[in-house]
Design a protein around this ligand. Structure first.
Ligand SMILES: Cc1cc2nc3c(=O)[nH]c(=O)nc-3n(C[C@H](O)[C@H](O)[C@H](O)COP(=O)(O)OP(=O)(O)OC[C@H]3O[C@@H](n4cnc5c(N)ncnc54)[C@H](O)[C@@H]3O)c2cc1C
Ligand SMILES: NC(=O)c1ccc[n+]([C@@H]2O[C@H](COP(=O)([O-])OP(=O)(O)OC[C@H]3O[C@@H](n4cnc5c(N)ncnc54)[C@H](OP(=O)(O)O)[C@@H]3O)[C@@H](O)[C@H]2O)c1
Length: 256
């Protein structure tokens, strides 16, 4: 019999942030499953509703938990017409879930040279990968300052506020958080897309720091249209992904 490519895990916790739309799910973690903050797992579920059947649908999910945690945690949207996410959302504590033995992805801080400012720009559940990074001491050792900008449609989607408040308390001026709902007003924040805020210079104004290709290291995560538009705008400002051993100042992860 060939060795399976995945391990059988168990759901240990579910937290519904926005009923029917956003939730977090935690599972047991196989001790051999290793990853870096920013990487993603492939989660498997049986295609039919027999919980004992072999997993046959797989989707990528960034780890929210850190490599130090003895569990895995993920942050998910419910795509009502999707095949996977509505089923993931229906799981209960104690249910089986499958995790590919390999972690994937290159959205990791080792991509960037030491020092300068780390810009973590996300739309929607693209926030997932950054929670793990922000909870990892190595991120704060590597960069002088971290800007987290989270673009969402509505205020209720500004999740993980307790963690964000914790980093604000712990790191003071080294951490800037920009909450950016686009479809309703939020405090005195601009109601504009991340891409617009990069173009019109307001992202720099709000963070009180320049987007400087020498000192800024930018990550983009989430909606692929945002990624391609932001890449174009940032490309004109001197930002590019690394290649052939040359470290870049831009790293991206498409979610679909
Ligand atoms: C590298 C990588 C990491 C990912 N990490 C996460 C994560 O941490 N959390 C998460 O919720 N999803 C994540 N995704 C997306 C996830 O793999 C699934 O696509 C998603 O859960 C929907 O699955 P589905 O089968 O229900 O719908 P699918 O058939 O996979 O997608 C249908 C449509 O739903 C929309 N969609 C898919 N994912 C999202 C999303 N996250 N936000 C908004 N709209 C979406 C797109 O329009 C897509 O075409 C990641 C994807 C990749 C490639
Ligand atoms: N279960 C439910 O009840 C429910 C309800 C609604 C949606 N959904 C699911 O959620 C999905 C949408 O998820 P989401 O709101 O997290 O993702 P999203 O559509 O990517 O929106 C998140 C943020 O990204 C912005 N954005 C979108 N395209 C952009 C671009 N090209 N450049 C810059 N910014 C951009 C949006 O701005 P704008 O506001 O300007 O677009 C918004 O601020 C839908 O596909 C649907 O399947 C589920």
């Amino acid at each position: 019999m060939t060795d399976k490519k995945y391990t059988h895990e168990t759901v240990t916790e579910i937290n519904e942030w926005v009923p029917g739309k956003l939730f977090s799910i935690s599972t047991t973690r196989h001790p051999d499953f290793q990853f870096e903050p920013g990487q993603f797992a492939r989660i498997g579920l049986p295609a039919d509703h027999d919980p004992l059947a072999e997993p046959s649908i797989w989707r990528a999910y960034s780890m929210v938990s850190t490599p130090q945690d003895d569990f895995l945690s993920f942050y998910s949207i419910v795509v009502p017409e999707g095949e996977f996410s509505p089923r993931l959302a229906q799981l209960k504590v104690g249910d089986p879930i499958y995790i590919d033995k390999t972690a994937f992805g290159f959205l990791t801080i080792e991509r960037f040279p030491q020092g300068g400012t780390l810009w973590l720009l996300a739309t929607g559940t693209g926030l997932s990968a950054y929670i793990s990074m922000l909870n990892s001491p190595a991120t704060w050792e590597r960069f002088d300052k971290v800007i987290l900008a989270h673009g969402v449609r509505f205020c209720e989607e500004l999740t993980y506020q307790d963690e964000i408040a914790k980093w604000q308390q712990q790191f003071g001026e080294r951490f800037v958080y920009l909450a950016l709902p686009t479809r309703e007003a939020y405090k005195n924040h601009p109601q504009e897309r991340l891409t617009t805020l990069i173009s019109n210079g307001k992202l720099e104004q709000l963070s009180n720091i320049k987007l400087d290709p020498e000192q800024s290291r930018i990550m983009l995560c989430g909606n692929p249209d945002m990624l391609s538009e932001a890449r174009k705008i940032l490309g004109e400002k001197g930002f590019a992904t690394g290649r052939r051993g040359i470290p870049g100042n831009l790293a991206v992860e498409n979610y679909w």
